[in-house]
Design a protein around this ligand. Structure first.
Ligand code: NZQ
Ligand code: ZN
Length: 385
């Protein structure tokens, strides 16, 4: 097992009707800014519940954080927080709103151009405005991690930053808040969470037995619950499992002490930045092809994945790996997510454009062994056409 430090300070409050508990979590004298997305929080009544729970406090609102939150929009919130002397932030939404709030929290006290926080891994965030979240979309794990992914419209850039200062103080996870989600977003959530596990599991073995078994348990649970999580009317238990698995998939636990890949995410982010394809859909396109191209380097774990996750025990090693990749693709397609660039009307010209973006963002040595060069990324994308 690799060396690691693990600390996750985010408190999780899970279950039905838990929004009322905001009153216990947000300081009584706080000046609060509630931030949300394009309108679903208002339409579904979640925002009203939140405002009611915060009743005694001074509450301001910031609406309009878009899917794939942008620096341009978020700087408006930074200004508001600075001008109004706000001292607590509350994200109400999915990964985009929570990521956006993480950026605002870090940018407010930052001396200098806040874009530096996102752009340069050398910039260390030294403090952040405290914040909590009310999660309405299970997918990213942002509700219990220190990562934020921010886009800049002006330059078609999408980059991640992380800091221990941007762990949420608490997150409220009420699975019934997912009942208003369109199927497309539930499917996205299933694929994103599954991909997060794969990024931390499908590398090379380091005898991290508990992490492996835990990761396999999360993947098996997603495969098992996927059909139920998609049914209408929504099934509370399936949604509960999806919500908690998505959180566990990226809260640091399964990634502690193991190598991590993240190349599918890096390449996928460029696809979103250029063509505005939903995050999870970019992963469904890149990941099966990456498994195929990197099959030699990932051989041992691919065989373990084949056997323990897909129950594939027949055939020689290459056949078992091939079957596992086919099963993965079929799983994504089965929840309604297409896995080819051509399904998104993209052809060979897109491959060159994405590789160029990767080069511009210095994504030239990706993966657990840093051996996914631009040429390898090109091969992966060509394999996804
Ligand atoms: O904007 P509104 O109107 O709220 O609508 C949203 C949005 O259009 C809607 N929605 C959310 N909750 C709803 C709802 N609609 C009906 N009922 C509800 N209860 O869903 C749409 C998508 O929301 P979004 O927050 O964009 O989705 P998701 O949670 O998948 O977040 C994606 C973002 O997270 C980043 C992605 O790159 C992307 O920018 N990621 C963040 C990570 C992290 N912080 O650790 C890791 C991930 O790998 C990912 O990169
Ligand atoms: Zn993701």
């Amino acid at each position: 097992m690799l060396d690691f430090e693990f600390c996750n300070p985010t408190k999780i409050i899970f279950g039905r009707d838990t929004i009322a508990k905001l009153d216990e979590q947000v300081p009584a004298n706080a000046r609060v800014l509630v931030l949300y997305g394009g309108g679903s929080a208002r339409k579904t009544g979640t925002l009203d519940e939140v405002i009611q729970a915060l009743a005694k406090r001074e509450v301001h609102e910031f609406a309009g954080i878009e899917a794939n939150p942008t620096f341009e929009t978020l700087m408006g919130a930074v200004e508001l927080v600075r001008n109004e002397g706000i001292d607590f932030l509350l994200a109400v939404g999915g990964g985009s709103v929570i990521d956006g709030v993480k950026f605002v929290a870090a940018a407010v006290p930052y001396q200098g151009d806040p874009w530096e926080i996102v752009e340069s891994s050398k910039v260390k965030v030294r403090s952040a405005v405290p914040f909590g979240s009310v999660l309405t979309l299970p997918a990213t794990g942002s509700e219990m991690n220190k990562v934020s992914v921010i886009s800049r419209r002006e330059t078609q850039t999408k980059l991640a930053f992380d800091s221990p200062h941007v762990f949420p103080k608490f997150s409220i996870l009420d699975p019934s808040k997912t009942f208003t989600l369109p199927q497309r977003q539930i499917a996205n959530g299933i694929v994103d969470a599954f991909s997060h596990v794969v990024e931390q599991y499908l590398t090379y073995p380091v005898e991290a037995r508990a992490q492996d078994r835990f990761a396999e348990g999360l993947m098996l649970t997603l495969i098992e619950i996927a059909p139920k999580a998609l049914v209408e009317p929504p099934d509370y238990n399936a949604r509960s499992n999806l919500m908690w698995v998505a959180t566990l998939a990226l809260n640091g636990l399964i990634g502690a002490g193991v190598p991590q890949d993240w190349a599918s995410h890096r390449i996928g982010h460029e696809l979103t930045a250029l063509y505005e394809i939903d995050h999870a859909r970019t992963l469904a396109v890149v990941m099966p092809s990456l498994m195929n191209v990197c099959r030699a380097a990932k051989k041992d774990k691919l065989l373990q994945y084949a056997e323990r996750v897909w129950n594939i025990t027949e055939g020689d090693e290459e056949e078992r790996i091939e079957k596992a990749i086919t099963e993965t693709r079929a799983f994504f397609e089965g929840v309604g997510i297409k896995t080819r660039l051509s399904d998104y009307d993209l052809g060979p010209e897109a491959v060159g454009a994405i590789v160029k973006q990767l080069e511009e963002h210095d994504m030239v040595a990706l993966g657990e062994r840093k051996d996914i060069t631009l040429e390898v990324s090109r091969t992966i994308l060509e394999g996804a056409l």
